[in-house]
Ligand binder design. Structure first.
Ligand code: SF4
Length: 400
């Protein structure tokens, strides 16, 4: 059943949408969401699904940002990557001999198709490692095993060090001001880089066996950004060990996609029934919504920056009064309370805890979240009672 069922979920004749590093990284950022795991694992186009549901995604890079990003990357890699290698050496290998621009290898990685390019990349990495010098691989192609099929990902660059170690380089166009950048953007870049590190690991094991050298993929990647508000490059080393562990765990869980699919009602499908133009969905949105609702989701406001279905899931979470819509931090603080209605009831004078507090808590013990809510409600009431409420001014028109 497995694979055939996933094909059925996409609909007849619909090709699976390949996963890229950004999608894999976002998947790892919300490991509890079965909905995303299933849709990504089955290769369903979530953007098209969101449009057919009437809740199109509003995120993605503007054309202007894409052009600016491409121009910045070209600048960073100009002159055979001299500046890029200087930054790698300065931030990740100080105290070792610096790269001499004329001696840096820049192998040609062109080949037919992603599988051909991945094989060419593996060979170039092996040769550069055996040579024992510096090498810069511009847009290498790497394969990651996702739910039994290869997904191809393409880092901005990989640098081979003379000691046989490899560094992933991510080039982003958001600014690094006084040495630090937007934490959310750095986090997303780190998750993406972790996918590349993961994809390099089997290639490194192979190179290790073939070259007789100790080959290691560094778990500190180089993030290159524009310095302050200029277009001069600056860089920081980013430790991706945590993201690596999460991505590894989440990709291993993806093999369970077939189990999620098996638990769905037999006739469930996400087929958009595209019209002859290949773009217009003819399937009624209510039917699609029913199929989507059949798979459990784990909505959090972070989804808005990472998943095409975010508007749809947010609307449903708000409609159900789910506390998840308030953010993971608040969700964690509320313990066993699942809905906003439950929270408000618990904050009242006769507030009761959740029917099932979970976590093996003693039923005789009060839920600490309920105690805190009641205390907060009492403080608020006290503050409001004590506050002098100014009378409305008659001489000024009110805000309309
Ligand atoms: S938007 Fe919906 S499907 Fe996407 S990760 Fe969030 S909860 Fe899951």
């Amino acid at each position: 059943m497995g694979r055939a069922r996933l094909t059925e979920l996409r609909g007849p004749g619909v090709h699976p949408r390949p996963l890229d590093a950004r999608a894999l990284a976002a998947l790892a950022a919300n490991p509890g969401c079965h909905r995303r795991a299933l849709l990504d694992g089955a290769g369903i186009d979530k953007g098209a699904l969101a449009r057919a549901l009437g809740s199109p995604a509003a995120y993605g890079q503007s054309q202007f940002a894409l052009v600016r990003g491409t121009a910045f990357e070209a600048r960073v890699k100009a002159d055979g990557g001299t500046e890029l290698l200087r930054l790698v050496h300065e931030r990740l290998a100080p105290g070792t001999p610096a790269p001499v621009p004329e001696e840096v290898a820049t192998p040609d990685l062109s080949a037919a198709g992603p599988a051909g390019r991945a094989a060419r990349t593996a060979l170039a990495l092996r040769e550069a490692t055996a040579a024992g010098g510096w090498a810069l691989l511009d847009h290498p192609m790497l394969a990651v095993e996702v739910a039994g099929s290869p997904a191809y990902v393409e880092p901005d660059a990989v640098v081979v060090h003379p000691d046989g170690s490899w560094t992933v380089v991510e080039i982003k166009s958001f600014p690094m001001i006084d040495g630090s950048a937007d934490a959310a953007k750095v986090g997303a870049a780190a998750r993406q880089a972790a996918v590349y590190v993961l994809a390099l690991e089997p290639v490194a094991r192979h190179a290790d066996a073939r070259t007789g050298r100790t080959v290691r993929v560094r778990d500190r990647v180089l993030l290159v950004c524009p310095k302050d508000f200029s277009n001069l490059p600056t860089a920081a080393a980013v430790d991706v060990r945590k993201q690596l562990a999460t991505t590894r765990r989440q990709l291993a869980r993806l093999t369970r996609v077939e189990e999620i699919a098996a638990a769905l009602p037999a006739r469930t499908t996400f087929d958009l029934r595209l019209a002859d133009d290949g773009k217009t969905a003819t399937r009624p949105p209510e039917e699609l919504a029913e199929a989507v609702e059949a798979v459990g989701a784990a909505y959090a406001p972070e989804c808005l920056a990472a998943c095409e279905l975010a508007f749809h899931c947010r609307t449903r979470a708000r409609r159900d009064g789910a506390v998840e819509a308030l953010g993971r931090g608040v969700r964690g603080e509320l313990g066993g309370l699942r809905t906003i209605e439950e929270v408000l009831a618990a904050a009242g004078p006769d507030g009761a805890g959740p029917a099932d507090p979970g976590g093996g808590a003693d039923p005789g013990e009060e839920d600490p979240a309920v105690v805190a809510l009641r205390r907060a409600a009492a403080l608020r009431a006290e503050a409001l009672a004590g506050a002098a409420v100014p009378a409305p001014r008659t001489e000024e028109p009110g805000c309309r």
